[in-house]
Design a protein around this ligand. Structure first.
Ligand SMILES: *Cc1c(COP(=O)(O)O)cnc(C)c1O
Length: 386
């Protein structure tokens, strides 16, 4: 399907709403019925007809169709956060006594679910280095029900060979879930490699303006409908019509933003890499990246996020650098219009800082929509002050 068709037309029925270009925000909790039997039939399956917006809603439906098509999936659910997409996707595929194999250091709230919530229900997790497919094979147990992936990871960008892991999982009747937030469906389509459920934080590139929190989950109609009927309706974690409308608006410009961010990222990386205070950079499409070949095999490109390791001997110097930046802000999240940094040393106590530990000296940068020169100048003066 043509991406221009997906983003501008698919799922939209303008004659239903006065030929408005932008779809209405169907801000309603409930829908009326004229016939008792229609109500009776809908009670049996809320996915077939509008009844209550915790289930399906017309504005949200437009978004679901577009996002499913972008991922090359049959169906999609949109949640009120990426974390709730993770929560429902995992919960729907485990029962007491089951086991999960996960990449080490998955997104923090996936990790917290695995460590803090699932053990109470007798579900255990083994974390592995996912850069080697053999590690998955070794970790699988007879009770393994999920393999949880994140490729690339959003700080150090470790990849997994999606096709190889999907094949292994299918052979063992295990559900694969992949967090695709880094790439967005424009740069990677895990469904096409055989992954069962692909998710992304819609807060990042889909929303694209740092004003909406959302999560996207795509898969086969059978898998998605099963989650809809149970975890989605039961948790009430679906996206609101207004936020769905904001994501539809974000989608209109997604390819233009990704193109621009990609061009700027390469320019900023060029500068950062050559700076004497930078030891190295970590970016999936950089010549120095250990998994470059795999990146090129399964991803179309990379953009936005990269990490650099500062050549410094004290945490104060890192703090000085971060606090000296005039335009690039210090904040979590990414995918919006604004460039951001986040230093790894903010996750540890100052007293625990170890200058021989590379990750302690790591800064993750997100490149937004500003001019490359504007960002480079800001970084340059930040390095100077450090
Ligand atoms: C932000 C993020 C999430 C969670 O999404 P929210 O919308 O913040 O709940 C999940 N995975 C990755 C890789 C993320 O960056």
């Amino acid at each position: 399907m043509d991406i221009s068709y997906i983003l501008n037309e698919l799922g939209e029925d303008r004659e239903q709403y006065f030929n408005a270009i932008s779809p209405p925000i169907m801000q309603t909790s409930n829908f009326a019925f004229k016939k008792v039997d229609e109500l009776r039939q809908t009670f049996k399956d809320e996915s077939t007809r509008y009844i209550y917006s915790r289930g399906i809603n017309p504005t949200v439906d437009i978004l679901r169709k577009k996002l499913a098509a972008l991922d090359g999936a049959e169906d999609c659910l949109v949640f009120n956060s990426g974390a709730s997409a993770i929560f429902c996707a995992v919960l729907a595929n485990v029962k007491s006594g089951d086991h999960i194999v996960s990449v080490r250091e998955p997104y923090s709230w996936a990790w917290r679910m695995f460590n803090n919530i699932l053990p109470r229900f007798n579900v255990s997790v083994t974390y592995i280095d996912g850069t080697d497919t053999a590690n998955f094979e070794k970790a699988i147990q007879p009770n393994t029900s999920i393999i949880y992936l994140e490729s690339p990871n959003s700080f150090m960008f470790d990849l997994q060979d999606l096709k190889a892991v999907a094949t292994l999982a299918k052979k063992n009747n295990i559900t694969t879930i992949c967090d695709n937030s880094y790439c967005s469906p424009l740069y990677q389509k895990p469904i096409e490699t055989g992954i069962d459920l692909v998710l992304q934080s819609g807060t990042k590139y889909i929303g694209g303006h740092s004003d909406t929190v959302a999560g996207v989950l795509c898969g086969s109609h059978e898998r998605i409908n099963k989650i809809f009927q149970s975890e989605y309706l039961n948790s009430g974690a679906g996206i609101t019509p207004f936020n769905a409308w904001l994501l539809i608006r974000g989608l209109r410009t997604l390819p233009a933003r990704i193109d621009r961010i990609t061009q700027t990222t390469y320019k900023v990386i060029e500068f950062v890499k050559s700076h004497p205070l930078v030891e190295k950079i970590i970016f999936p499409f950089d010549e120095s990246f250990p998994q470059l070949e795999l990146a090129k095999k399964q991803m179309k490109n990379a953009c936005g996020l990269f990490t650099f390791i500062l050549k410094v001997d004290s945490v104060e110097k890192i703090e000085k650098f971060c606090e000296s930046l005039q335009h690039i802000m210090m904040a979590v999240s990414w995918g919006g219009h604004e460039s951001l940094i986040i230093p790894k040393c903010a996750s540890i106590e100052r007293s625990d800082f170890d200058p021989t530990n590379q990750t302690h000296r790591a800064i993750r940068m997100y490149v937004g929509l500003e001019e490359a020169e504007y960002l480079i100048e800001d970084l340059r003066q930040g390095f100077d002050k450090m």
